[in-house]
Write a protein that binds this ligand. Sequence first.
Ligand SMILES: NC(=O)c1ccc[n+]([C@@H]2O[C@H](COP(=O)([O-])OP(=O)(O)OC[C@H]3O[C@@H](n4cnc5c(N)ncnc54)[C@H](O)[C@@H]3O)[C@@H](O)[C@H]2O)c1
Length: 386
Amino acid sequence: MRCGVWLIGARGSVATSAVVGAAALASGAIEATGCVTEQAPFRPLRLPGFGELVFGGHDVADTPLAIRAERLVRSGVIPHGLTGTDAVARMLAVTDAAVRPGIDAGADPAASQADLADRLIADIEGFRAGNDLADVVVIDVSSTEPPLRPHPAHAALDDLEAALRGGEPILPPSSLYTYAALRAGCPVIGFTPSTGIRVPALTELARQAALPYAGCDGKTGETLVKAALAPMFAGRSLRVRSWSGTNLLGGGDGETLADPAAAASKIESKRLVHEQVLGYPVSGDVHIHNVPDLGEWKTAWDNIGFEGFFGARMTMQFTWQGCDSALAAPLVLDLARLAIAARQRGLAGPLTDLAFFFKDPIGTDEHGLAAQYGALLSFADRLAAR
Ligand SMILES: NC(=O)c1ccc[n+]([C@@H]2O[C@H](COP(=O)([O-])OP(=O)(O)OC[C@H]3O[C@@H](n4cnc5c(N)ncnc54)[C@H](O)[C@@H]3O)[C@@H](O)[C@H]2O)c1
């Protein structure tokens, strides 16, 4: 059964890599390395096949997807020759034609946010009807926004909808897209640290519409390693005294996070892991630097100071050098398949068992990677039983 994947930020590196990856997987041109849902425990779920995923989305940029994909080839993310295959070229062309103009954070003198939401809803519904899709999942992979300033209209759905009809923008784009997605009857996934569904009126809307959702901020690098290591220190009763991380990244994400306001959202979601797992405050900061020369690659250097028996001081350091979009794209495909399966089996509300995929999982304080993986496998069992 064909299913829709509507990407907010559809022309970005992660989105383009996911679209190319789905077509390449479906045609057998690449292996499913990095795809969690291709592991044996997920086989009984009969998840949508990669070839059954149909992509569209919103973006504020208009660079054709074929050009975005070529840039990813030149920077070494996508293998040479892959974008020239029939399957991938066709997928890029079809998806390109299904990308609609996005909305930005500024006030639009010609339209209220309610009008903009109506247009976003119509885009998603047109995509669903035009492709005869049973389900469409909306996934935010657009540029990270600054944290939200609370507003009284965020509390109750009626108040929010009244405020959307006014002239002032009330919701940041990620939350307006989420509002539109929920109104269009779609499950939503927040792959970025942006506010998205984390507005009380929107979680209420998801509850009323009985839709599943998950987020926030894909866990693909430094935080993935932290989530694996922090439980080790906790389990061995080794006291972590400090944990400091320096992240160097390039690409569009690096450029966005050069803005301290946007970086604040990312740093907050990265900081949570070790404190939640260890259960006590740990000194040290997370730093993010834009290094355009790194292109699509990122480096994380972490220094962990800890102590053992007799208070003996010790240090652990790690360096993670990752290819950002190669790490993120398979997770986007995993999340699309799982959210669609959850929707088809009538699950609603926060999908806390998907915490494995996120830096700042909605609805749970479980940050240990092994425990999160266990929860994901139980989730697969539960889905298989429904
Ligand atoms: N790559 C990873 O490993 C990883 C991990 C976790 C989270 N993320 C997040 O995923 C997101 C995408 O990363 P990327 O590397 O693809 O970035 P990118 O800069 O390449 O792509 C972002 C895209 O979003 C679009 N965009 C910006 N504002 C928009 C708006 N208001 N509406 C619609 N589209 C808009 C841009 O035009 C661009 O095409 C970022 O927020 C990043 O923090 C990435």
